[in-house]
Design a protein around this ligand. Structure first.
Ligand SMILES: [Zn+2]
Length: 150
């Protein structure tokens, strides 16, 4: 199917190198795109043909004359021909609602985001420290209770 005529999806992005038989692929299937496009990072990719995309944007607070960082998280269809992995920077386009929370599809893989894995590892380490603290506190509480009962 490699010599199949390239389908114009209406957005100027390179045609994926791989082919697929996914009916919900804008390049090889019947899915039509309309609406908005965004660029984000894959923050979760363990689901079948679905990825969680997230990105940050500044939100200006007039009262404090400063910006705060806000986050957006969406679910997007991950076609087999693109197959974006966690940490990949991707371009998503809006389409019809594919499931309860999914109405976007990945149309381009822009490669690994710099420093994403390091950020993820740092977050995991921080979470581990918090978990350790919690388990310690729990153990102390349990110990205290045991002392009370005895
Ligand atoms: Zn495809």
């Amino acid at each position: 199917m490699a010599d199949k005529k390239q389908k114009n999806i209406g957005i100027k992005v390179p045609f994926p190198k791989n082919s697929c038989k996914d009916p919900l692929c804008p390049f090889h299937g019947r899915l039509k795109l309309r609406g908005r496009t965004f660029v984000g990072t894959v923050i979760r990719g363990a689901m079948q043909k679905t990825a969680t995309i997230g990105w940050e944007y500044p939100f200006f607070l007039p009262k404090f004359e400063r910006s705060e960082t806000r986050k957006t998280k969406i679910h997007a269809h991950n076609p087999e021909c693109i197959d974006a992995d966690i940490g990949d920077k991707v371009k998503v386009a809006e389409c019809r609602q594919l499931s309860k929370t999914k109405s976007f599809v990945i149309i381009q893989n822009l490669g690994k985001e710099k420093g994403f894995i390091e950020k993820l590892e740092a977050e995991e380490e921080a979470q581990e420290v918090i978990d350790k603290k919690e388990t310690k506190e729990e153990a102390e509480e349990k110990g205290g209770k045991e002392d009370e009962s005895s």
